[in-house]
Each structure stands twice: as structure tokens, then as C-alpha cells.
Unconditional design. Structure first.
Lengths: 338, 405
């Protein structure tokens, strides 16, 4: 770990100095020809490399969307896998342009780290996974349990708060990498594995016998996950924010990667504005007017991305739930393009 | 010659200054220092400016804030409501614990294997050879994972145990459990008795050495010392009315599955993360120490052991009294490096969830975002530990060095 974090920090000390004098993030990105995107070290459904090294997932799609908005090419992205501990330093130091790594939006992160959260692309909450043979049905029965989790996450704090608030003794075993948490939990070192509920479903697939484990019903925290950019570059912040909004708006309007070309001829003024047929919304954020068209053409709308990566038909099998559109009873609500 | 003198006549002092090797040397050194200071100033001011520009708070004020996370093993008082500073202190002591125990074990294993490597017994020397070659050629991180994950899977699960030593110690996946001594009021005398015993043991050793030098008579120093160190505290314990009891590990075998196994907080528990890390570090470093010991012993000329044998000393005393003291002079300097390596390698603990300085510091770093401050603390602590270790070893080296008259 230390061999990874030290260059990063030296980067903060020296390299960032360079980026101070440099151009804006958008100009930097255009000059190098790709978006450098910080992702997880492998979380199925969110950011996970396949055997050929191609990254897929909900978080990955957002980065591809940003690349499509800037270059019209969803493949103009390079990925940097980061541990939970390294992620903010990597972004602060300019190592990456955008962090899309199932990162919880909290006040301290938003205000003290020199970062901005560009929105929420997955509403999550922390949950617990246990072996079925423990016979536990509620998190409140877990007094005296040993709990495996990742270091450097809000998870570590939430679990401490939860056990303390309920007067339950516990023992925390915190690993650097998610793979080691899974291995230790699988070996029986811990009774409980806790992380964001989406992560529990994803990591359960890596266990020897996924069917022997169950996720408890309690959700003990709010974990709005979203993309992060550096503070102080509003142009780039806008691009990240509106790429996500475009994907959500597109789903609401029924624009998909398949029908986006036909939709350009739509009579609906909202769709016309979104796809750049009317107005000059792209120019206002420093991009071409077909920015949203490129996003949808390149990665699809939010619903498509959700279904392809984490939805009911994938191994994760997560229902839309609170991540449905507001019009379908969920939380997803993007400001209009107008 | 004359032309040169004429040329320089206008500014004789200057010309001579330029050619003066001393002045030149001073000039180059001053330039180097100015360049270094300017470089350092550039980095620091740039960093400060950029941190301000990015609205990143700096300074060490965050150490007073509440940490809010749990730590599995703490040698000093720690709860979730303690400060970040306290959390880092916990990490520091855990690092220190691993380093001290690791150095102790590595030295013992290293000396045994190093000597075994030179054994006349073919099987023993081959075994030692295989140990050295196998261990020192496999990366340490892999060995830590091996001890942690491979061994974790080999021991019984949490609801089960292996007991040994008359059922007092128990091993399972949650660690090694044993009875924890609880000292009651009036038990301070036991501690004092122990201190007294150690002082007495040293005094006896000194006295017996003097006597042996004067008269040639030997005295069983080791047995006397052992007797003192065990005996005196035991007597104090009995006199004080046995003010101590044991907190035995409590093993539950019925009831809800989750409650079965050892109850949290009963008896003392060495967590498997600690065991795996200490074991891996000791075994790994011992392989290097073994080679150093072998080199040291082989550096002592063969004539020394022949001379010792000729005087009638057996193999054991020859090694202990003639060879090792001379070999130590060759052994100590590289041994110091190995001790430093072990201390620094303990930062790999983060891979297997042992809460050492780097692991806890990393968590604090992530919660507060104070990367530069935390890295600064890490570097300061490891540097201090290393300098202290090498200062001690240098002192020891001087003591062992050949006294030349």
C-alpha cells in the first residue's frame, strides 16, 4: 500500500503545484485525449474489469458518459483502480480527473477535502451479511460479533455508531482491500460482513457458497454514492453533473441508445433540447451541442446502465427500489435541460 | 608568466580568489545549499498555496477530533469516542509490539538456523540450508498472506477449538486464548520483587565473573539467575496473600450459534492478525539473520577453534566462549540493518487487518483527508524508531568491538 500512496502524496506536494499553473481540467483532458477515471479495485456491477481488462459497471458507465460528452467517444477513458484509502488523494493530486468509485457523499468529504460531489448515481445504505446457519434474523441480535469490513470507509464509522448506540460489544477486523475482506469472511474469521448493501450483493458472488449467506434486512445508514471532482473547477464540475443528469433525463423521456437517432426527429421540445436539436446547452458547458446525444449513444440512459450492470437480470439481481425514477416512486430526479 | 601577471594586475585579488581552491569549494557548497533550500522552499510554499487554493484544511488540529471507529487491538485506552491522536498512538504501540517481539523471535530463530547451517550433521545443515533458501526467496507479503489465510483455514472455526497445555491455552480462528492474570490490590510487591530479582541476577553474574577471573572457580550463574527471577516474585506473591487471580477464557457450547465460542473479553486473546504478522516477519527476517550469523562464524579463523580444542574445551563452550564473541563483531552491523528492515516491514500489516501505525493512520487519513500530515507522522515515527534502534546497536557494537591497546 505504502508504495502506492507515497507517490500520490508526493504528487500532492509537487505535481499538484504543476496543475495549479496549468489549464482547466477540461483543457487538460482535451489535450491528452482521454478521461482518467478513478474506480474501485473490483466491485461487480459498479466497476469491475473482465478477463480482457475491459471495465464495466454503473460507475464505469458514468466515466464513459463523460468521455462521450467531451470527445463523442465513450472509449476515450483510462481507468485507475484505487483503494478506499487512496481515492481522495488521487483526485486531489490530479492523478485522476474524476472519481467514480461507489463513494459516499458526506458533508466532511464535500467541504473539507477540496472536492465536489457531482450528484448521486446510486442510493445505497449499509447492510450486514451473515451465514445462514448462525440463525440470526436481525442485526440487533449480533451482540459480541466480530465484523469484517474495509478500512477508510464510512462503513467503519457507521458500524461503530450502530453497535455503540445499541450497547452491543463487537470486534472490528478492517482490511485494506475488499478481496481480503471477502477471503477472511469466507474463511470464518468474522461472523458478519458489512459494507454498502449493493456491495454485499456483489461480494456475495465471490464467496465459496453464496447460497449459505444472507443479507440482513436492516439498513443502518444513508449512503448516497456519486461521482466526485476537484473543487474550484466549475466547468468540469458542470460536465460531470450534467452527464449524470442527461442519463437520468433520457430515461425519463424514454430516450435509449437504440432509439436516440430516431428521437432526434422527435417533436417533444424537452427531447429536442436534450439532444441538442434546439438551443445551445452544450456550448454553455464548454462542449458540443450534441454532448447528451453522445452520452446516450455511447452508454445508454441510466435505466439501461442499471439493468445491464446491477439489475434483476444480472448476477447481482438488485431491484430498482429507491433508485427508480421519481415518476416511478424512486429518488432519481434530474433538473430539466432548459 | 609575465604577461599573465600584467593582465591580472588590474584586479589581483579577484583573480586569486577565482583560483583559490578553498574559495571555490566554499562557493560550490554555498551554491548547493542555496539550491537545496530554494528547492525545499519551492515545494513547501507551492504545497501550502495549492492546499489553500483547493480549500483543503491543513495543520495538526484534527488530531483532537473524535475518531469514531473501532480498533481490534489496543495496548492503551481506546474507545470509539477517543481522538484521532489517541488512535494513532494505539497504532504506534501495536507497531512497536510487533517490532519488539519480531526482533526477539527472529534473533533466536536466526542464530539457531545459522549455527545449524554449519552443523556436521548432514540432515540438520541441509534442513537449515533449505529453510534459508526457501524463505528468503519468497516475497514477504506472500508469506504474510500464507500465514494468515492458509493457517486461518487450517485451524478450527469460531465455534470450535484446539486446546493444549492442560486445557489452559486454546487456538481457533479467532486467535490464541489463554488465562489472563488480574492483579488485585497489594500486587505491586510482586513487580518490585521481579525488579529486585533482575538486579540481583546481574549482581551475581558480575560477582561470579570477577571470582572466576581471580580464582578460576565457576559458579552456576544461569540457574541462580533463573531461580531468583522465578523464586523472588513467587515468594512475594505468597507473602502478599496471593493477590492475583486469572480470568479464564469462557467457551460457550450451547445456545444461539452466534453466542457460541469464546465470549468477547474473557481471558487474553492474541488475534490471528497479530500472530500471522509476527510469525511471518520473524521467520522471514530469521533467514537473513541466519546467513549473517553463518558469515560471522566463518569469518573467525579455524585456528581459533583448533586452539580452543587443544586447550581441552568441548564443542559447546568453544562456540559459546571463543567463536561467537569474535563472530559478533562481524555480525552486529548487518544485524542492525535486519532489525530496521523488520520494523519497517511491519507496515505490511495493513494487508491482513492488523491495526498498526500505517493501517490506523491510513484510516485517519481517509476520514480526515489530511494526507500530508499523516504521511509526515508516519515518516517521523519510522525514522525515530530506526534511529533509536541503530543508536542502540551502535552502542552495543562499540561494547563488543575489539579493545585495542
Amino acid at each position: 500500500m505504502s508504495n502506492k500512496i507515497l507517490p500520490l502524496v508526493l504528487g500532492t506536494a509537487m505535481g499538484v503545484a504543476a496543475s495549479a499553473a496549468n489549464a482547466t481540467t477540461l483543457e487538460d483532458v482535451k489535450a491528452k485525449g482521454f478521461v482518467q477515471c478513478g474506480v474501485s479495485q473490483g466491485l461487480p456491477g459498479f466497476s469491475n474489469p473482465d478477463a480482457q481488462g475491459n471495465w464495466t459497471g454503473l460507475d464505469v458507465d458514468l466515466c464513459r458518459g463523460v468521455a462521450a460528452a467531451v470527445f463523442g467517444d465513450a472509449s476515450a477513458v483510462k481507468f485507475t483502480p484505487l483503494s478506499a484509502k487512496e481515492r481522495f488523494t488521487a483526485l486531489q493530486s490530479g492523478e485522476i480527473d474524476i472519481l467514480s468509485r461507489n463513494t459516499t457523499w458526506t458533508m466532511s468529504r464535500d467541504t473539507q477535502l477540496g472536492l465536489n460531489f457531482a450528484g448521486v448515481n446510486y442510493y445505497d445504505g449499509q447492510g450486514f451479511m451473515v451465514r445462514k446457519d448462525l440463525g440470526v434474523t436481525s442485526a440487533l441480535e449480533m451482540s459480541g460479533a466480530s465484523v469484517c469490513t474495509n478500512t477508510g470507509t464510512t462503513t467503519e464509522l457507521n458500524v461503530a455508531d450502530y453497535f455503540r448506540a445499541n450497547n452491543m460489544p463487537y470486534e472490528i477486523v478492517a482490511f485494506e482491500k475488499a478481496d481480503e475482506v471477502v477471503a477472511a469472511y469466507d474463511a470464518g474469521r468474522c461472523d458478519v460482513y458489512t459494507t454498502d448493501a449493493s456491495g454485499l450483493y456483489a461480494q456475495r458472488l465471490k464467496l465459496t457458497n453464496p447460497a449459505d449467506h444472507m443479507v440482513l434486512p436492516e439498513i443502518i445508514s444513508k449512503e448516497p454514492l456519486g461521482p466526485v471532482v476537484r473543487q474550484g473547477d466549475d466547468e468540469w464540475f458542470n460536465i460531470a453533473k450534467w452527464t449524470l443528469n442527461a442519463m437520468i433525463n433520457a430515461e425519463e423521456m424514454g430516450v435509449t441508445s437504440a432509439n436516440v437517432d430516431d428521437m432526434k426527429g422527435s417533436d417533444n421540445p424537452s427531447i429536442k433540447r436534450l439532444l441538442g436539436v434546439e438551443g445551445a446547452f452544450g456550448e454553455a458547458i464548454g462542449l458540443g451541442n450534441d454532448w447528451a446525444y453522445n452520452v446516450i449513444k455511447g452508454v445508454g440512459n441510466y435505466g439501461e446502465s442499471f439493468d445491464a450492470n446491477v439489475g434483476p437480470d444480472t448476477p447481482l439481481g438488485i431491484a430498482r427500489g429507491v433508485n427508480a425514477l421519481w415518476s416511478n416512486g424512486g429518488f432519481l430526479y434530474a433538473p430539466p435541460v432548459r | 608568466m609575465s604577461i599573465q601577471e600584467q593582465d591580472s594586475a588590474g584586479a589581483p585579488a579577484r583573480a586569486s580568489l577565482l583560483n583559490d581552491p578553498k574559495a571555490r569549494g566554499l562557493f560550490y557548497q554555498a551554491t548547493l545549499i542555496i539550491a537545496l533550500v530554494a528547492f525545499g522552499w519551492f515545494i513547501v510554499s507551492n504545497t501550502v498555496e495549492n492546499l489553500e487554493r483547493q480549500n483543503i484544511a491543513s495543520g495538526f488540529g484534527f488530531l483532537q477530533n473524535t475518531a469514531g471507529f473501532g480498533i481490534i487491538q489496543a495496548l492503551v485506552d481506546y474507545t470509539e469516542t477517543s481522538s484521532y491522536g489517541q488512535a494513532i498512538l494505539v497504532g504506534f504501540f501495536n507497531t512497536l509490539l510487533v517490532a519488539v517481539i519480531g526482533i526477539f523471535l527472529a534473533t533466536i530463530i536466526g542464530f539457531v538456523v545459522g549455527i545449524a547451517r554449519l552443523s556436521n550433521n548432514w540432515v540438520i545443515s541441509r534442513l537449515a540450508y533449505c529453510y534459508v533458501e526457501l524463505i528468503r526467496n519468497v516475497p514477504l507479503l506472500l508469506q504474510i498472506f500464507f500465514w494468515y489465510f492458509a493457517v486461518l483455514r487450517a485451524v478450527p472455526g469460531k465455534r470450535d477449538k484446539w486446546s493444549f497445555l492442560f486445557d489452559t491455552f486454546h487456538l481457533n480462528i479467532a486467535g490464541l486464548r489463554g488465562p489472563q492474570p488480574i492483579f488485585e490490590e497489594g500486587s505491586g510487591i510482586i513487580g518490585w520483587a521481579l525488579v529486585l530479582a533482575i538486579v540481583l541476577a546481574f549482581a551475581v553474574a558480575r560477582w561470579s565473573r570477577k571470582r572466576q577471573e581471580a580464582t578460576g572457580q565457576q559458579f552456576p550463574v544461569f540457574l541462580t539467575g533463573l531461580g531468583l527471577i522465578i523464586g523472588l516474585p513467587l515468594i512475594a506473591y505468597l507473602i502478599a496473600g496471593m493477590p492475583m487471580h486469572f480470568n479464564y477464557p469462557e467457551f460457550v457450547e450451547t445456545g444461539p450459534m452466534l453466542r457460541r465460542g469464546f465470549t468477547l473479553g474473557s481471558g487474553f486473546n492474541l488475534i490471528p492478525e497479530f500472530l500471522a504478522l509476527t510469525l511471518a516477519l520473524s521467520i522471514y527476517t530469521a533467514a537473513f539473520i541466519a546467513e549473517i550469523v553463518r558469515a560471522g562464524i566463518q569469518a573467525v579463523s579455524h585456528g581459533q577453534s583448533e586452539a580452543a580444542h587443544a586447550l581441552g574445551l568441548r564443542n559447546g563452550p568453544t562456540l559459546r566462549l571463543v567463536i561467537i564473541p569474535q563472530a559478533m563483531r562481524v555480525i552486529i552491523p548487518p544485524l542492525t540493518s535486519q532489525y530496521l528492515n523488520l520494523t519497517k516491514n511491519s507496515s505490511l500489516a495493513v494487508a491482513i487487518a492488523f491495526p498498526d501505525l500505517v493501517s490506523v493512520g491510513g484510516t485517519v487519513l481517509n476520514q480526515t483527508g489530511q494526507a500530508i500530515e499523516i504521511i509526515g507522522i508516519w515518516m517521523f515515527v519510522y525514522l525515530t524508531l530506526s534511529l533509536l534502534t541503530s543508536a542502540f546497536m551502535n552502542w552495543y557494537n562499540q561494547r563488543m568491538a575489539l579493545v585495542e591497546r
